[in-house]
Design a protein around this ligand. Sequence first.
Ligand code: NAG
Ligand code: NAG
Length: 413
Amino acid sequence: MATWIWLAALFCGTHAAVLPPPWADVRRNPCAAHPRGWLMLYWPIDGKCYTIYQKGHPCPETQELSPGRWGGRTIAECKCPPGTAQLPHTTTCHKLFERGPCRAGEYFAPVEESFNKRGERQGMCVRPQQCADETLLYWPADGKCYYRLSQGPCYPGAILDIGDDGLANCTCDPDSRNFWPLDGGCYAHFTRGPCDKGLLYLPGPRCGCESHMPHYHNETGGCYELDSVGPCPRGHTFRITQVTAQGSKAECKCKSFHARAADGACYRLYTRGPCEQDEMIARGGRCIKVPCARGRLYVPERRRCYRPGTPEPCPVGEVVAFDFDARPALDGLSHNGVCVCGSGSCNRKEVEACTARKGTAAYGGACHILNTQGPCPDGSWLVKEGTGKVKCQCRPGRVPPECNGDIDPQAKS
Ligand SMILES: *[C@@H]1O[C@H](CO)[C@@H](O)[C@H](O)[C@H]1NC(C)=O
Ligand SMILES: *[C@@H]1O[C@H](CO)[C@@H](O)[C@H](O)[C@H]1NC(C)=O
């Protein structure tokens, strides 16, 4: 919270470099002159000063006193704390993404338009989205589906199951088959869970590894979680490669769009990998000279370089763009050029259907669920403004630099 950052700076004696918040200004906040006034806000109804971000009196019980603006002055307003919201015409705050005031089977979701309006954080009751099948549960906070009884979005020691309210819940019941009495946690079977390296958490429950399991890795004699890096070198995943009547077997394979270089690790194609300064990894794991001039991208299908934004090598309506699947911090700079939706003229039907559907919005030719991370950076989510503009915004309860606010994802393409 901005206040606490500022307070911390004050106590560390570095406040000269930090701008105090507007409510510390006597001209704007009559309370700023009081002792500890910089922690106080003016409440016009009784003319008294109250401590900022305090819950309850003079606010309704679940709301907190927040700085608001009133004709150039900073005054106190009662708001729902971050991560909570109120139903219209009520003053009780409920946690978002839980049942809250809703009927069984529904959850309390934020109403995005209201976030920027004066004060109120509003919520509404919505039904969870459908996942592909019943083995999956919908987790409203990130809009994703996770396997039932997997760790999913839960902290280690808890697993995802259906709660009493019919919604997905991170839980750990001592009667559950996933319960591990030694540490009181619950773990998904066939993951490492509480076990030592090379062992998996198995029904029983016990930690074990057997050579007939698909998870068995012959070279190390250990068992590893599938689709993880397991015992493999960097850039690999340990995944099923053979399915036979005698059973399946997993092996270390390069991740998709990666190639194995001479050093045994796999690197994302068209990044530098272990190659020289002006080289990149090509198919087959060879280092080749980057064929493109500065600022151009390599389009492998054409074996040529193009300027970003060029329509030429792409299907109608699409243009060359940076490969946003490459993660520079992890993979290094990618020279790969991909085709993405240009000015929104491609996939028009899909995009129209997506825009018309409630709770979804089109971006980059793909359909995304609003109020989920979608194409946004960590800590941010996709919101639609009143004007219909779709952008990434800090999730409620997150402030920069924990998240990136107010990014127009369209601007990336
Ligand atoms: C969710 O799980 C927690 C922890 O096990 C439990 O206390 C809570 O009652 C559960 N909520 C629902 C709605 O089932
Ligand atoms: C497993 O390893 C042993 C000895 O290390 C070897 O003899 C055997 O052929 C390997 N099996 C497979 C399926 O690779």
